[in-house]
Design a protein around this ligand. Structure first.
Ligand code: PMV
Length: 317
């Protein structure tokens, strides 16, 4: 394909895990959906000859140059892997990244930033990448962020579709029998995924039988949730979220703030609620009927949520 050095922009959504976090690292299924209300955007523009590739991310307080960035710098790593994938040399260009996705809070900020960057850089070089290619490149970068990522974040942001995900398997898109609404409330506590995943691994190594049983239980819930989503059983889905939250408490990845927000959402009328993502901080996600979105939003704010995002889950193709 020929190169096309005009300005190129691309974006990727945030995401929320509805079922199966942590257990997914151990081979159990999980379900995640895109959150289009928050996005990361990357714009690539030509720079004077000899300037090389610079990546500027004001929202992340970062500015890196490809020539000098360390190997484990995630933005540079995304650009390097894209150039290698396309067998392209480093262009003279500036990538500017902006994002409205809160970082380290379970909404997939890292994966979305990488996906936007990969797509925009490929576009600048005259290539359009398939979601599977974007997902694979972003996964490589996720390994720098997380150590042992399951692959769910890169998959859902690259496909921008609800996914039923099993580690090491191709993405499986979910069909949604009846659209439903989610209200996502942020504890305001940042919680790096890597640390929480490591703590769970240590606990699993210490008590493998107990933890394997918890992971199996979470996997069974995710499988049942898939059926509930496909047939449009929204009430059943809410109960499964409550059950999943109980098992996450047993995994010791919840916190008093997360539990308070979950309780507040249920009290406000949610059909079910749970923590989402790595836990210990970050967000809760509540399943709500359309006419209780405002009540649940208010209940989460009153309980101390620093940010509330509402989204709807539908099949988009
Ligand atoms: O905190 P997040 O949204 O990046 O989610 C992490 C999900 C885990 O299952 C805990 C880890 C993983 O790699 O899947």
């Amino acid at each position: 394909m020929s190169t096309n050095h005009s300005v190129h922009s691309a974006s990727a959504p945030g995401k929320v895990i509805l079922f199966g976090e942590h257990a997914v690292v151990y081979g159990q299924p999980a379900i995640a959906v895109p959150v289009a209300q928050v996005r990361a955007t990357a714009t690539v523009e030509m720079a004077p000859p000899g300037s090389g590739l610079a990546i500027i991310a004001p929202d992340l307080g970062k500015s890196v140059s490809l020539a000098t960035a360390p190997q484990d710098e995630p933005l540079a790593a995304a650009a390097r892997r894209t150039l290698t994938h396309l067998s392209a040399s480093e262009p003279d260009a500036t990538v500017t990244i902006s994002s409205t996705i809160p970082i380290a809070s379970g909404l997939g900020s890292g994966a979305a930033v990488s996906a936007a960057l990969v797509r925009a850089l490929a576009g600048f070089l005259g290539h359009t990448l398939e979601p599977a290619q974007v997902s694979a490149l972003v996964f490589e970068v996720e390994r720098i962020h997380h150590g042992t990522p399951s692959g769910i974040d890169n998959t859902v942001v690259a496909y921008e579709q609800p996914v039923y995900f099993v580690r090491g398997h191709p993405a499986d898109r979910l069909s949604v029998g009846a659209p439903f609404a989610l209200v996502i409330g942020d504890t305001g506590t940042r919680s790096p995924t890597r640390h929480v995943v490591e703590r769970v691994r240590q606990a699993w190594e210490h008590s493998p039988a107990r933890y394997d049983a918890l992971f199996d239980g979470i996997g069974d819930i995710a499988s049942e949730a898939r059926r509930a989503i496909e047939v449009g059983d929204v009430d059943g889905l809410g109960l499964l979220m409550d059950d999943n939250h109980e098992l996450l408490i047993e995994l010791r990845v919840s916190s008093s703030k997360l539990d308070e927000l979950v309780e507040a959402a249920r009290f406000g009328g949610a059909l079910g609620a749970k923590l989402s993502g790595a836990g210990r901080g970050g967000n809760v996600v509540a399943l709500v009927e359309d006419d209780t979105v405002d009540d649940v939003t208010e209940a989460l704010r009153e309980a101390g949520a620093v940010r509330v995002i509402c989204t709807r889950v539908t099949t988009t193709d």
